[in-house]
Ligand binder design. Structure first.
Ligand code: SAM
Length: 282
């Protein structure tokens, strides 16, 4: 079949779904390793049998709820492209707020030599962007899932950033090395188990461990609250992404653990997204 013929058939296959020819073209472009515009200019080119088979197989996977990013192995965030796969959370636009708050904190430190630790790197979007924009900051990150960490490391290489990345649980690898930081950031898993059950089937294709933070979604904030003192220098900051209904609970958890709220940041829809706290030097 020609490119045009498979795309016409794809439209037919996707007709009753929420997808359309855009997704079909992205999949075919990825298989052929060509831009979408190539498909239109070369619509009469015959596909090889293996290309055609792979195309219809992946189209079927899309229809059954596999995210397009997992099919192509590629995702975009803040204008950059990143490798991703079934082990990595697909980066969300809202995480931009955490990136912006981390950038503000780095600026606040002025000329100081800043060490920043991220917990739960996923595809590595935050370390990549932060290191690219702030080359003098020493960036460390921890990830529990080895396949995810490997993907993040590929992204660090792809974007040519030097990030110290460790496999491990929460702050443990940082603590073990006796490292101390001025800033800790995290977009931890914060969906409750009950909320998870109600998510779209497409989101459920993403790793459970990257989404769910225990029965009420707050487990990671409790754990970070117990452990931050081993890594954060006095006068340092913690910035975390939160679920839009979690502000009061997260604030209470961290205040009980000796941190002081300095800011709550909201998304474009006015929903609570990020909490910034200080480990006061007093
Ligand atoms: C919500 S995702 C965030 C990924 C990425 N930072 C982002 O913002 O797109 C949370 C990440 O934390 C990782 N994670 C879960 N439990 C962890 C733990 N105990 N220690 C370190 N990382 C963990 C997950 O594998 C996942 O990659």
């Amino acid at each position: 079949m020609t490119i045009q013929e498979v795309l016409v058939k794809a439209r037919e296959i996707l007709k009753a779904s929420k997808y359309n020819s855009l997704e079909a073209e992205v999949i075919l472009g990825n298989i052929l390793n060509k831009e979408r515009v190539y498909l239109h200019i070369n619509s009469d080119i015959e596909l090889k049998k293996n290309e055609e088979n792979r195309f219809f197989k992946e189209l079927q996977e899309l229809k059954e709820g596999k995210p397009l990013q997992y099919i192509t192995g590629q995702t975009y965030w803040q204008g950059l492209d990143f490798y991703c796969n079934e082990s990595t959370l697909i980066p969300r636009e809202d995480t931009r707020i955490l990136y912006e708050e981390a950038t503000e904190l780095i600026k606040l430190m002025g000329e100081k030599k800043v060490k920043l630790v991220e917990i739960g790197t996923g595809s590595g979007i935050l370390p990549v962007l932060l290191k690219k924009e702030n080359p003098t900051v020493q960036v460390y990150t921890v990830e529990k899932n080895p396949v995810t960490l490997e993907t993040a490391r590929k992204n660090f290489q792809k974007h040519k950033v030097e990030v110290e990345s460790y496999l491990g649980d929460l702050l443990e690898p940082i603590r073990k090395r006796g490292l101390k930081a001025e800033i800790i950031i995290s977009n931890p898993p914060y969906v409750s188990h009950k909320e998870y059950l109600e998510l779209d089937k497409e989101v459920k294709n993403e790793p459970y461990e990257a989404l769910v933070g225990g029965a009420d979604g707050l487990d990671f904030y409790r754990r970070i609250g117990r452990e931050y003192k081993y890594v954060l220098n006095k006068g340092g900051y913690l910035a975390v992404e939160i679920g839009w209904q979690q502000f009061e609970a997260v604030k209470e958890i961290f205040e009980k653990c000796g941190l002081t709220l300095i800011k709550k940041a909201v998304d474009d829809g006015g929903r609570d997204r990020v909490v910034v706290l200080e480990y006061k030097d007093k």
